[in-house]
Design a protein around this ligand. Structure first.
Ligand code: A3P
Length: 286
């Protein structure tokens, strides 16, 4: 089983734009940042579409669907001139690590929102992404064999464990950089509380009613209805059957429907080993 990927300077990416994209990735470090940029960071499949929508609604101060798509604001995929053309305040998003962000993002102390999600649900979601959602991976593998690809980081943006370790170190080493950490599971458990925390971090004051309304408007089923079909032509070509299926199930604990007992034991063993020195606490169920 093999997932078709592109390697740029030792890191793995989906091959969305070939050489042009590789050039863009190499140029990213020099991209211009603005002090009011918000940079949404996450390992793939951790809830980026969801939180991009929420953050934009907080900024616009109303619970109305954003008539744009987070893919158009993903800094490792959009050409530098597109990034420049986005009006402020920009909600950029990326799967890059802190050290790979534009240098100015760090110098200008842009706010960073980091989403974390438990790796069992991430693995299941990523499997569906590789197998069923995007055709550019040309992946026809079976779930039985997928976990070893995931655990060994043979996927785009590499190992989940390396990703979370790098951010944990970033937070430790950069205590004054504004980084807001948010768990997918907490968003599911109490969306309004997390929207409120996020708005506070962003320095936006919203009424309780509006906070509730944003949480509700961005709930899985509402978002599926509102956002499906908004994707532009370029991205439609990437999705299998030309249908955007980014919105799959949106639950905590779907991994239980996929992991066998043996897979779960093996995963727990690797998790314990890889997370031994981490203070991060992932929840695998609600
Ligand atoms: P599942 O495959 O488990 O359903 P990302 O946006 O980072 O690519 O993450 C995709 C995951 O977030 C998918 O998980 C998707 O269904 C889920 N998701 C998307 N919108 C959501 C929402 N409004 N509420 C909850 N989960 C959502």
């Amino acid at each position: 089983d093999h997932i078709k990927l592109m390697e740029v300077d030792g890191e793995l990416y989906p091959n969305v734009g070939g050489e042009e994209q590789a050039k863009g990735i190499r140029a990213l470090a020099e991209a211009k940042a603005r002090p009011d940029d918000i940079v949404l960071c996450n390992y793939p499949k951790s809830g980026c579409h969801w939180m991009w929508e929420v953050i934009n609604m907080i900024l616009q101060g109303s619970a109305t669907t954003i008539p744009d798509f987070k893919e158009n604001h993903m800094i490792e995929f959009i050409p530098p001139n597109h990034m420049e053309a986005i009006p402020s305040p920009r909600v950029l998003n990326t799967h890059m690590k802190f050290s790979q962000l534009p240098r100015e993002t760090i110098e200008k102390r842009c706010k960073i929102v980091l989403i974390l999600r438990n790796p069992k649900d991430v693995a299941v979601s990523f499997y569906h992404h590789h197998f069923g959602i995007a055709k550019l991976y040309q992946y026809e593998g079976k779930w039985e064999n997928y976990l070893s690809l995931f655990n060994n980081g043979k996927v785009d943006w590499g190992s989940f464990y390396n990703y979370v370790h790098s951010w944990e170190k970033t937070i430790h080493d950069n205590p004054t950089h504004p980084i807001h950490v948010l768990y997918y599971e907490d968003m599911k458990a109490d969306s309004a509380a997390e929207v409120r925390r996020l708005a506070n971090f962003m320095g936006v004051s919203l009424s309780d009613d509006l906070i509730e309304a944003i949480a509700e408007k961005c709930s899985f089923h509402n978002m599926v209805n509102d956002k499906m079909g908004l994707e532009d032509e370029k991205w439609r070509k990437v999705w299998r059957d030309e249908k955007p299926r980014m919105y799959r199930k949106g639950e905590v604990g779907d991994w239980k429907n996929w992991f066998t007992v043996a897979q779960n034991e093996e995963f727990d063993r690797i998790y314990a080993e890889r997370m031994a020195n981490s203070k991060l606490k992932f929840r695998f169920t609600l």
